[in-house]
Write a protein that binds this ligand. Structure first.
Ligand code: MN
Length: 729
């Protein structure tokens, strides 16, 4: 051993001393020497001696409180992979236990990679199987990944991203499941640093900036809490910690849940650790007396531990200065589990193997995953099963009917109710989880059966503070829109006015009775309870008139032609006769001229313009001479609604221009088609144009727009014809 290695070894010993407990020092020293000797001459990308890596992994293993075998295996974890040492030799020199661990870690590392998905699936599966055998393998692998992430800067950029993504998707969730919080958080923070450097730096800056403002205040608060608690509970052992939420935790709230930094209440937390569960609740009571608790932010993970066995009381309160902060209260035992999770099992317990009852319970989920996924099958199938199970991003709960609802982690029963249907959310009065009544801020856990209790009482609706309880954007939006509808009267009035104005502008006119009936019916078809609800939806912008107008127009046209077919009175109020078969609203017996610019035909949507001394000229609504926005046009009062007098059935002349490839017999074919359609042809002329094409203008009588359309369609079928258009004279 050279002097550098000696210094490092002594540091490892110091680390172990700090942990307390007894270690197999000869075994660890032998493993250390063996590691240094066998990696001699190898360098890492950081340009350090290679042994620095297994040495650091071993140090992490020590700080997690793991046993001597694990420490030795950590030191030896890369020798089989990177040198000519065999597992048998490890077994001979260090015993079967260490050899099994080294073999396990080596196997996880050796993967034949086909695709990214495949690779992840494979590594997940192998880790789970390894964990099932001896969970220490995975803890060593996590420590290995942690040190590699700490030194990731030396890697090429693409590799950095790949490793960071795998860390976030595979390793951090496993650390979370095993309850090893410091490893989980550091893995996530390092992953974010490489995956989203800009956001990482932003959060780091925010924390640094706010630190100066708030550190003093939080220190004061901590002192106040300590003084008060020591006065009230003089014989209770307590320990106090201040803590800042992890960067990844803040990142998720800011970028995934789009919260503002200042809206994240648990950025700062004060942790109080004490002896007994009773003390925890006593302390909670004193905290709620000292500070104003924020409603619905209290979580009792002591009575309901998280799936990874985490236990603690969480409450968010506001300081005198108005700064919200979280208080976590737990026992020393709970704290130990919270910090080390499954690794806590080994602390001070030499010689424990991974097969007792305690371990069985904790690793039950691994067996479950392995059983539910076909281990020999398609790897991407497995990755889905496993990811669903490991994902921290989602929880899955079911309705009593068995429908699975997928929600982001932290979602409450409010989110659940609105995820089923807005109507369920709005009518909610309470909820049950697994048959027990839970508060409305109950956080959904995967696998829970959630039953939403509703009322049909009229006037019942969500409460305003549900906006703060809901986590999902969709639930928030639905609650918000409900409150929009709260201002119902104004919305209805606005909606009705908007719709009526728009219909007028589009020359859709009903008489009052018809209008009420029609809108009532239309609203129902649109799945509104009644016309008022429909108007209200228009009023608050939930329904855009432009989107529904084509349907109304279609209905209106159908209704009009049905009325015509049955020879009943048309829908318009009273017959107003006028020339040219046009009725101009509000004006009787006026002179009407069909404008030349757009040559309207019966069936066209039309509008009238009161000319100076020449009567009313009728244009098609889409004529370029009709202003788009009549209200704001130069002379809005001159534009009047007009429609075709539906009883009158006259013929109108219209000119069609037929463009075709010139050929012999073309004009004859056109005339023949006209004859077959029994068309009255008033004029026809044909001329050749450049490029071997010809143009035929034909002036005919048509009864309506529909008639004209059918004529055009027939003419277009003539061989060589490539377009038939109505000519505007
Ligand atoms: Mn390694």
């Amino acid at each position: 051993m050279n002097s550098d290695a000696k210094r490092d070894y002594n540091e490892l010993l110091e680390c172990m001393q700090k942990q307390g407990g007894s270690y197999d020092i000869p075994l660890i020293e032998k493993a250390f020497t063996y590691c240094v000797d066998h990696h001699k001459g190898q360098k890492r990308l950081t340009n350090e001696e290679y042994y620095i890596h297994p040495y650091n992994v071993a140090k992490i293993i020590v700080t997690l409180g793991m046993d001597s075998q694990s420490i030795a295996a950590a030191l030896l974890h890369d020798v089989v992979e990177d040198t000519n040492v065999t597992v048998d030799e490890i077994s001979r020199l260090f015993g079967d236990d260490v050899a099994l661990l080294v073999d396990g870690v080596t196997k996880i590392g050796r993967l034949s990679i086909t695709s990214k998905e495949q690779q992840q699936a494979e590594s997940l599966r192998k880790m789970l199987i390894a964990m099932g055998k001896d969970v220490r393998v995975i803890i060593i692998k996590l420590a290995d990944r942690l040190h590699n992430m700490r030194t990731l800067a030396a890697m090429p950029e693409q590799k950095q991203r790949d490793k960071a993504l795998e860390t976030l998707e595979v390793y951090a969730p496993i650390a979370h499941r095993l309850g090893i919080r410091p490893v989980k958080e550091e893995l996530e923070d390092l992953a974010i640093k490489y995956l989203d450097m800009v956001a990482y730096n932003e959060i780091e800056d925010l924390l640094k900036h706010r630190k100066h403002q708030r550190e003093q205040i939080l220190d004061d608060i901590k002192t106040r809490i300590e003084t008060r608690l020591q006065a009230e509970l003089p014989n209770v052992k307590m320990s106090f910690q201040g803590r800042v939420k992890s960067i990844h935790g803040i990142y998720r709230k800011m970028y995934v849940q789009s919260r503002d930094f200042d809206e994240i209440y648990d950025v700062y937390a004060i942790r109080i650790i004490t002896d007994t569960v009773a003390d925890c609740y006593n302390i909670l009571g004193i905290m709620h007396d000292m500070f104003q608790p924020i409603p619905n932010r209290f979580k009792d993970y002591i009575s309901t531990p998280k799936p990874n066995m985490y236990q603690s009381l969480h409450t968010t309160v506001t300081s005198r200065e108005g700064i919200p902060f979280e208080i976590q209260i737990r026992t020393f035992d709970m704290h130990h589990t919270a910090e080390f999770g499954i690794a806590a099992h080994w602390k001070y317990k030499e010689g424990v193997t991974g097969t007792d009852k305690y371990m069985e319970d904790r690793l039950a989920w691994i067996r479950q995953v392995l059983e539910t996924s076909d281990v020999s099958g398609d790897a991407s199938e497995i990755v889905r099963t496993i990811k669903v199970d490991l994902s921290q991003e989602d929880v899955f709960a079911v309705t009593p009917q068995g429908d699975v609802i997928n929600l982001p982690v932290g979602s409450t029963v409010v989110d659940f109710a609105f995820a089923i249907h807005s109507a369920v959310g709005i009518k909610m009065v309470g909820a049950k989880a697994n048959g027990k009544i839970v508060p409305i801020n109950h956080e959904i856990q995967t696998g829970e059966i959630i039953e939403i209790l509703t009322t049909n009482q009229a006037g019942h609706g969500p409460s305003r503070d549900w906006m703060n309880i809901a986590v999902t954007n969709s639930a928030k939006a639905k609650i918000r829109s409900w409150f929009k509808r709260e201002k119902r009267t104004e919305n209805i009035e606005q909606g009705r006015n908007d719709l009526e104005r728009e219909l007028r502008r589009n020359n859709i006119s009903f008489n009052d009775k018809e209008f009420e009936e029609y809108i009532e019916d239309f609203a129902r078809r649109m799945r509104f309870a009644d016309a008022d609800e429909f108007y209200a939806a228009i009023g608050y912008g939930g329904v855009h008139i432009s989107k529904i107008l084509p349907r109304i127009r279609e209905d209106y046209t159908k209704k009009a032609s049905a009325a015509k077919a049955m020879d009943i009175k048309p829908l318009a109020q009273k017959r107003q006769t006028s020339s040219e078969g046009v009725v101009v609203e509000g004006i009787d017996n006026c002179l009407v001229k069909l404008s030349k610019c757009c040559a309207p035909l019966p069936g066209d949507d039309i509008i009238g313009f009161i000319t100076r001394g020449h009567g009313v000229s009728i244009h098609k609504c889409d004529c370029s001479n009709v202003p788009r926005d009549i209200i704001n046009a130069a002379e809005p009062d001159r534009w009047v609604n007009a429609h075709w007098d539906r009883v009158v059935s006259e013929s109108f002349t219209s000119t069609l221009q037929i463009s075709a490839i010139d050929r012999e017999g073309l004009v004859g074919d056109v005339m023949n088609a006209a004859y077959n359609m029994r068309l009255a042809v008033h004029q026809i002329n044909a001329r050749q144009i450049k490029g071997g094409n010809s143009v035929i203008n034909i002036n005919i009588s048509a009864e309506s727009v529909e008639h004209l359309r059918s004529i055009i369609a027939r003419l277009e079928k003539i061989s060589g014809v490539f377009s038939v258009e109505r000519v505007v004279q």
